[in-house]
Design a protein around this ligand. Structure first.
Ligand code: FUL
Length: 485
C-alpha cells in the first residue's frame, strides 16, 4: 500500500466513525433457530386424539381391533378447525397413528388403516381432510406418528423401522407444510404384532435409530419442529397435568436424550446453561383421558382450570398443546366446544389492550448505543425491538410511566431470545400514591412470562431484574386488565 492510499483509508475511517452503529450485544449461550422463533410465537394450539380407541372406550388399543370399528357418523374436521381457531389456537396436531397402529390416512405400509374401515367406504383420508380444514381456517398442521405400533408384525425388528420412516415420508410429502412432528416415548411391550400376541421389549435408546429419522424429517420439512422427551427441537415438560415450571430454561443438554429417555428435572426446568435450545411444550387434555369417553362428558375442565393451565404453561414461557378428543360422531363435543370458546374469549379480551403501549419507559442501564437499544423499545408495541443493558450489567431496573392511574392484573414480559436466555431472577412493583409495592416475582422469563397479579390501580410499573447470567435484553413489557368475572 502506498503512503497516499494509507492516508486515504485513514481519512475514510475518520469520516465513517461517527456514523457507524455500535455493535449489538453478542448472543449468549445456546440460541433458537428460525423454526424455533416461529414456534415460540404460536403459544397455544390443539391436540386431536382420535382413532379406534374412540369407539372401544380405551386409551391404549392393543392393535388387534377390527378396522370395522372405525366409523364416525358425522366426522367433520372442519368443525375441529373452526372451533380451534375461534379459541385462539394456532394449529392442530393429529394422532395420525396412535400405539394401536391404526392409520388415519391410507398408508401403503399397513393394512390397518382407514382404507379397511367402513368410514367413507374405505375411501376416506382423515389427515388430508384435516390438512384442508386447517388451511381454510388459517391453522398450522402437526402430526403424531407413534413409534410403538402394537399392530405391526415386524415391530421390534429392523423391518418395522423402515416402515415407520416410510410412513413419515408419506405424511411429510402429501399434506403440505407440517409445523410440528410428535414422537411419543411410550413403549408398553405387549401387543397383537400381526397375530403373534406377545410382549416385545425394545431398547428405546437404540432400536429406533433416531438420527436418520430426525434427518429425514428435517430434509422433507425444513421448517418443522420435532418434539419428544429429549428433543431434538423441543422437549416434553415432564407431566401431563398442564404444568410448566419456574425456572424454565429453554436450554437443555440434549446429548443422550431420546423419546422416552430423559431426566425428570431437566424436562421440568431445562438445564441452566445447557448446550442446546430445546424449549418445553406442555401437553394436557381438556378431559381426564386423551381419547373421548362418554363417561367423561361431565369431567371437561372448567374455565378456571383451563386458565390455571394457561398461565402455568403459556405464562411460563412454554407452548400449550391442549388436547380435545372428537367423539364417536367425529365432532368436538358441545361441552368441550363451549369451554374452548370461553377460554378463547378470555384470552382475547384480556390481551386486547396493552396499557403500557407507547408509554414512556426508562432504564438505569443501557447498552452503549441508546438509539437502537433504548428502554423505549420496551413499550413500542413491537416485540422484535429490544432494550439491552450495558455490557457487564447483571441487574437492571426498568420503569414504565403509565401516565396516570391504570387498573390492571396481568403483566407480560419477554426476553429478546434470538440472543439467548439470560434472566434468572426478577421482581415487579406497581406505584400508587407515590408508594412502590411488589406485585409479582419469579425466576426465568425467556420467550415470555405472563404474570397474573392482584388487580391494582397504579400509575407506574417497575421490573427489577435482580439476577442475570449475562447483560439482560428485554423486548417487551406489557400491562393488561382481565375482564371482571
Ligand atoms: C402418552 C401416550 O401414551 C398417550 O396415549 C397420549 O398419546 C399422550 C399424549 O402421550 O405418552
Amino acid at each position: 500500500m502506498t503512503l497516499r492510499t494509507t492516508a486515504g483509508v485513514f481519512a475514510l475511517f475518520l469520516y465513517m466513525a461517527p456514523f457507524a452503529a455500535a455493535a449489538p450485544p453478542e448472543p449468549f449461550g445456546a440460541v433458537p433457530s428460525e423454526p424455533h422463533l416461529r414456534w415460540h410465537e404460536l403459544e397455544y394450539y390443539g391436540f386431536i386424539h382420535f382413532t379406534i380407541n374412540t369407539f372401544t372406550d380405551r386409551e391404549w388399543g392393543g392393535g388387534d381391533e377390527s378396522p370395522g370399528l372405525f366409523d364416525p357418523s358425522a366426522c367433520d374436521p372442519e368443525q375441529w378447525a373452526r372451533v380451534a381457531a375461534g379459541s385462539g389456537m394456532k394449529g392442530l396436531i393429529l394422532t395420525a397413528k396412535h400405539h394401536d397402529g391404526f392409520c388415519l390416512w391410507p398408508s401403503k405400509y399397513t393394512q390397518h388403516s382407514v382404507k379397511a374401515s367402513p368410514w367413507k367406504g374405505g375411501k376416506g383420508d382423515l389427515v388430508g381432510e384435516l390438512a384442508a380444514a386447517c388451511k381454510k381456517h388459517g391453522l398450522l398442521l402437526g402430526l403424531y406418528l407413534s413409534p410403538w405400533d402394537r399392530n405391526h408384525a415386524e415391530y421390534g425388528r429392523p423391518a418395522y423401522i423402515d416402515d415407520y420412516r416410510n410412513q413419515w415420508r408419506e405424511l411429510l410429502t402429501r399434506y403440505g407444510p407440517i409445523f410440528e412432528t410428535w414422537y411419543d416415548g411410550a413403549n408398553g411391550g405387549s401387543g397383537y404384532y400381526g397375530g403373534a400376541n406377545e410382549t416385545r421389549r425394545i431398547d428405546n435408546k437404540t432400536y429406533y435409530d433416531w438420527i436418520p429419522t430426525w434427518k429425514l424429517v428435517r430434509d422433507l420439512q425444513p421448517g418443522c419442529i420435532r418434539f419428544s422427551d429429549g428433543g431434538p427441537d423441543i422437549r416434553w415438560v415432564g407431566n401431563e397435568r398442564g404444568l410448566g415450571y419456574d425456572p424454565n430454561w429453554c436450554t437443555f443438554n440434549r446429548q443422550g436424550r431420546w423419546p422416552g429417555v430423559s431426566e425428570q428435572a431437566s424436562l421440568w426446568h431445562g438445564d441452566r446453561g445447557g448446550t442446546d435450545w430445546v424449549p418445553a411444550e406442555v401437553d394436557v387434555s381438556i378431559r381426564p383421558g386423551w381419547f373421548w369417553h362418554e363417561s367423561q362428558n361431565d369431567k371437561v375442565k372448567t374455565l378456571d382450570e383451563l386458565l390455571e393451565i394457561y398461565y402455568a404453561s403459556v405464562g411460563r414461557g412454554c407452548n400449550l398443546l391442549l388436547n380435545v378428543p372428537p367423539d364417536r360422531r367425529g365432532l368436538f363435543h358441545e361441552i368441550d366446544t363451549k369451554r374452548l370458546q370461553e377460554l378463547g374469549d378470555y384470552i382475547q379480551q384480556t390481551f386486547a389492550t396493552d396499557l403500557a403501549k407507547g408509554k414512556p419507559a426508562k432504564a438505569d442501564t443501557t447498552w452503549d448505543d441508546p438509539a437502537d437499544f433504548a428502554a423505549a423499545n420496551l413499550t413500542d408495541g413491537d416485540r422484535k425491538t429490544y432494550w439491552a443493558a450495558a455490557d457487564g450489567a447483571r441487574r437492571a431496573v426498568l420503569e414504565i410511566d403509565l401516565g396516570g392511574p391504570a387498573t390492571f392484573d396481568n403483566i407480560r414480559i419477554e426476553e429478546f431470545i434470538p440472543l439467548g436466555q439470560r434472566v434468572e431472577g426478577f421482581e415487579i412493583d406497581a406505584r400508587s400514591g407515590g408508594e412502590w409495592k411488589k406485585i409479582a416475582e419469579g425466576f426465568t422469563i425467556g420467550p415470555r412470562r405472563i404474570l397474573r397479579t392482584e388487580r391494582v390501580a397504579a400509575d407506574a410499573v417497575r421490573v427489577r431484574l435482580v439476577k442475570c447470567l449475562a447483560p439482560p435484553t428485554i423486548s417487551t413489557i406489557e400491562v393488561y386488565n382481565s375482564p371482571q368475572r
